[in-house]
Each structure stands twice: as C-alpha cells, then as structure tokens.
Design a protein around this ligand. Structure first.
Ligand SMILES: *[C@@H]1O[C@H](CO)[C@@H](O)[C@H](O)[C@H]1NC(C)=O
Ligand SMILES: *[C@@H]1O[C@H](CO)[C@@H](O)[C@H](O)[C@H]1NC(C)=O
Ligand SMILES: *[C@@H]1O[C@H](CO)[C@@H](O)[C@H](O)[C@H]1NC(C)=O
Length: 245
C-alpha cells in the first residue's frame, strides 16, 4: 500500500495550497500583452475599452461567459471575451473577472490587447474581431513536477479520459466537461476537465481541445498533473479532485 500512502502525502499539500490561495486571493496563472499597438490616454480606444471591460464584468457572472465589442468606428473598436471555469459560482466568477480586468490593465497599461488567466477565469481583449476563431497565439502549459509510476499506462489513460471530455464539452451548451477514470486496480483516479470559449463552433471547440491534448506529451509526459491553456480552450488533469461538484 505504499503507493496510496504516496498519494496521500502529496494530496495534502496540494489541497492546502489551493485553500490558502482561495482565501488570500488568487494570483494570475499567466498573461500576455498583445503587440497590436498602443493607445494613448483619453483616446477613443481607451474610452471604448473601459466601457467594454465594465460591461463584461457586469454580464459575465450570470452565465460564466461574456463577449462584446464597443466602438463606433472599426479602428477604435475594442473586442472582449471573458470565461469563468464551469464549476465556479456567480460570485466567485464576478470576483475573478473584476480582479482579472484590474490586473491585465496594470500589466499591459497601454497595449490595445491583453489576455490573463486565473484558475477561475480568463479575460481577453483586442483591437480586432477575434470571435469565433481558435486562438493559437496565446497559449501556455503547467505541470505538477511529480512523476507517475507507470507513465505509459498513465499517459494513455489520461488521453482516453480527456478525449472523451473533449467530445462532451464540444456538444454541451456550456462547452465544459469534467470526469474521472480509475487507473490500475487500486483506488487511484485521474480527474479531467475540458472547456472552450462559447464563441467557438462545436467543431472548432473539439479541434482546439484535441490540439491541446496532443500537446500534453511535450509539457507533461508522465507527470501527475498537467494543463494546456489557450485563449480558446483548456484541458487539465490531476490525480486529485480539483473541481467543485
Ligand atoms: C507600447 O507601450 C509599451 C510600454 O507600455 C512600450 O514598451 C512599447 O514600446 C510601446 N509600443 C509601441 C508600438 O509604441
Ligand atoms: C478612424 O476612423 C475614423 C472614421 O473612418 C477617422 O475619422 C479617423 O481618423 C480614424 N482614426 C485613426 C486613428 O485612424
Ligand atoms: C521525474 O523523472 C525524471 C526523468 O526520469 C527525473 O529527471 C526527475 O527528477 C523526476 N522528478 C521528480 C520530481 O521525481
């Protein structure tokens, strides 16, 4: 039973870290500032962007997703999109989206575009219309550095689980799916999550998720946890339950 003891040993610090992070305010996972150009203070773009951001903060929590644009002329229009993780409550979604907006404006003060991710949400804006297109530019991965004991079997099971969840997310109205799979003969499981931004078509959601799953071997081969996250979709797996039911 040494393997289940190992599991418990690592489960506790992870859970604790998660709880501490939640109660003291979460840090962003990652961000990018766009290179599409800068705006100046008091420009029409700045005004439109601020209006857009406030409207997204207001409208996202009820459904966990927001999309919109503000601007009279093409060259001054700001386009924005927000997404909360599928299991996040409306109030946690609101907290996350508000914090994300503040933080991305701090980190990319004059950029016409930016994107920031947290565990609970994502916030993206840009000076051109990116809706309905798979974002292949803004992407990152994360991993749990701990190795699994049987990488070949574990990688195979992880791919099985996430591929099923990719399909489920792509045909669900929230474009979000979670699930778990028992590994080996014991009580250990893999827990998975897939989610797309709801501006994508069902086919593009599936494609985005499948591409992300195919990148897991290069970031997270044989690791106990991993994520591939982009501006359009994300996949995550862990050996402990990490979503709220
Ligand atoms: C945009 O502003 C940043 C500082 O916020 C600066 O480093 C960058 O050179 C500017 N880019 C352009 C194209 O002016
Ligand atoms: C944006 O478009 C408007 C209307 O077409 C034009 O009057 C304005 O000069 C343009 N601004 C810039 C910065 O190109
Ligand atoms: C995981 O395995 C790799 C390659 O076998 C090794 O280099 C690394 O130190 C291991 N990491 C941990 C945390 O045990």
């Amino acid at each position: 039973m040494s393997s289940s003891k190992l599991f418990t040993t690592f489960l506790f610090p992870l859970t604790l870290a998660l709880l501490l992070q939640t109660s003291f305010g979460a840090d962003p996972l990652f961000h990018f500032c766009s290179s599409s150009g800068n705006f100046t203070s008091y420009s029409p773009y700045e005004t439109n962007l601020k209006t857009l951001i406030n409207s997204l903060i207001y409208k996202t929590p009820s459904t966990g997703f927001g999309v919109g644009s503000v601007g009279q002329y093409q060259n001054q229009t700001a386009y924005g999109l927000t997404l909360c993780r599928g299991d996040v409550s409306a109030s946690d979604c609101k907290t996350c989206v508000s914090e994300a907006a503040k933080e991305i404006l701090n980190r990319c003060p004059y950029n016409k575009g930016g994107i920031i991710w947290y565990d609970n949400c994502m916030f993206k804006y840009l000076d051109n219309n990116f809706f309905g297109k798979i974002d292949n530019t803004n992407k990152f991965s994360m991993l749990n550095v701990q190795n699994v004991s049987d990488p070949a079997m574990f990688n195979y099971m992880t791919k099985e689980l996430l591929s099923l969840l990719a399909y489920k997310a792509s045909v669900s109205s929230k474009m979000y799916a979670t699930g778990e799979l028992k590994i080996g003969g014991g009580s250990e499981k893999i827990y998975g999550l897939t989610q797309c931004t709801r501006d994508l078509s069902n086919n593009d959601c599936k494609k985005c998720l499948d591409d992300a799953i195919n990148q897991l071997p290069s970031c997270c081969d044989g690791k106990q946890g991993g994520r591939v996250v982009s501006g359009s979709c994300n996949v995550q797996y862990e050996i402990y339950p990490f979503v709220k039911e």
